[in-house]
Design a protein around this ligand. Structure first.
Ligand SMILES: [Zn+2]
Length: 121
């Protein structure tokens, strides 16, 4: 009995260390992939628009699923805020460095450079 508890404690400690390691990796990623910092494509590049729209649609889908599971999108929510509440697994990013405005009424994002991904994209 006592031995079992010691093993359990040991496992818990190992688990905690793993979680801390994972968290630091995630934080590292969040910092390096900060969407507004480093545009990787030109705003004039038509391919950037395609990537931007694809990212918007992926983000919309995630928020939709989150809302269906009981999440409540808040007015004025930011991309970072949606990541924080778990509506998005990662920030929606524009390869040309555009900023996104979230519309809580239809769970869509609008890019400051490329606008809104057309319906049915
Ligand atoms: Zn964009």
């Amino acid at each position: 009995m006592k031995k079992g508890a010691a093993v359990a404690r040991h496992r818990l400690a190992a688990c905690t260390i793993t979680l801390i390691a994972l968290a630091s990796i995630l934080i590292g990623c969040a910092v390096t992939s900060d969407g507004n910092g480093t545009p990787t494509m030109s705003a004039d590049d038509p391919a950037a628009k395609q990537v931007c729209f694809a990212n918007q649609v992926a983000g919309q889908t995630e928020v939709f699923v989150w809302v269906n599971e009981g999440g409540r999108p808040m007015t004025g929510a930011t991309v970072d805020g949606l990541v924080k509440v778990g509506a998005l697994s990662k920030p929606v990013v524009c390869p040309a460095g555009g900023d996104f405005v979230f519309n809580p009424n239809d769970c869509t994002f609008t890019c400051s450079i490329h606008g809104w991904a057309p319906d049915g994209y």
